[in-house]
Design a protein around this ligand. Structure first.
Ligand SMILES: Nc1nc2c(ncn2[C@@H]2O[C@H](COP(=O)(O)OP(=O)(O)OP(=O)(O)O)[C@@H](O)[C@H]2O)c(=O)[nH]1
Ligand SMILES: [Mg+2]
Length: 306
């Protein structure tokens, strides 16, 4: 477990070092929490993409802490970490598991990491001893089916695919049939990348979901939107539009390794009220982790050493 946490921290390193140095600089220069100091802190939190709502809560908590105990022993890092933990752990972030087959649709705009995340998720399930399967429902992009098959071969997970240009809804339908026949516990549906602003593409996704629900009432049981952390706040618009078209049940935030926009995770969950279920921290099968609010907050607000 320690190894995973280190990876998680390494992924957030850029966000963390910038933010912690800023906080330390501000607090050292002016230990008394004057309104100017609080404004500086606010600017640092917003610059780290934590979003307005979360930033306001943190500043209020710091102010309250200062009013009750003064500057001696006031730990801005601990206060911020506690506020973020409290806020992010308010929604259940676990992946649903039904008694029979659980179908998980993986959706999002182009290139966010859907295929990779679907494969990594299936790998996690396999590691836990359950039987996962993958469905190649991106029949739009020429190499997409092969890309998923390569993952399937590598991870020894069965991939259900149709012919090139097949109807994605038909592939999803057949994949559910196959998964039920094998008594699989999970089926992950890899869908084509689509712009949230393209009405016809969103309708196509709705159709895929309708067909699944007809085949297995309630499916897909999870609809995970994959967001690329490096896109910053545009991710919010993507999430809103996808949520309108197909009811999302959670988010997967990818590419948190090496981005300086790790704070965005907080803003997204806060603004949308949708749980972040997993985060992507690299390109290897094990580089996907369940989102843990406390680990995340601690990694973000760990005190700088120097
Ligand atoms: N560093 C890093 N790279 C990632 C992560 N997740 C995915 N990638 C990379 O991002 C690129 C796109 O990933 P895909 O899984 O193909 O994305 P997609 O959403 O399926 O793309 P389309 O199907 O074309 O819409 C690949 O090069 C992946 O290896 C992550 O968490 N970290
Ligand atoms: Mg893909």
């Amino acid at each position: 477990m320690l190894g995973l946490f280190k990876k998680f921290k390494d992924g957030l390193q850029k966000t963390h070092s910038k933010l912690s140095h800023e906080i330390k600089r501000i607090v050292t220069a002016s230990p008394k929490m004057t309104s100017a100091t609080l404004e500086d802190l606010e600017a640092a939190l917003i610059a780290a993409d934590l979003g307005m709502a979360m930033t306001t809560e943190i500043i209020a908590a710091v102010k309250k802490g200062y009013e009750t105990q003064g500057s001696t022993g006031l730990d801005v890092f601990a206060i911020a970490s506690a506020e973020v933990t409290k806020s992010l752990s308010s929604i259940d972030a676990s992946l649903k598991k039904l008694p029979g087959l659980t179908v998980v649709s993986v959706v999002g705009v182009n290139g966010t990491g859907k295929t990779t995340s679907a494969a990594k998720l299936a790998y996690r399930i396999k590691q836990c001893g359950d039987l996962p399967m993958l469905a190649a429902c991106d029949t739009f992009r020429a190499a997409a089916v092969d890309q998923l098959k390569v993952w399937g071969d590598r991870l020894k997970i069965e991939v259900i695919a149709g012919a090139q240009n097949a109807d994605p809804a038909a592939v999803a339908h057949d994949a559910i049939t196959a998964a039920q026949a094998r008594n699989a516990q999970y089926l992950f549906i890899d869908t084509a990348g689509r712009l949230h602003t393209k009405h016809n593409l969103m309708q196509e996704l709705q159709k895929v979901h309708r067909v699944m629900d007809k085949k297995l009432p309630g499916a897909p049981h999870e609809t995970l939107l994959v967001l690329d952390a490096t896109t910053g706040m545009n991710a919010l618009n993507q999430a809103r539009e996808f949520h309108k078209a197909v009811k999302l049940t959670g988010l997967v935030v990818t590419k948190l390794d090496g981005t300086s926009k790790g704070g965005m995770v907080v803003a997204i969950q806060k603004e949308l009220g949708l749980p972040i279920k997993f985060i992507g921290l690299g390109e290897q099968p094990e580089d996907l982790q369940p989102f843990d609010a406390k680990d995340f907050a601690d990694a973000l607000f760990e005190k700088a050493d120097a």
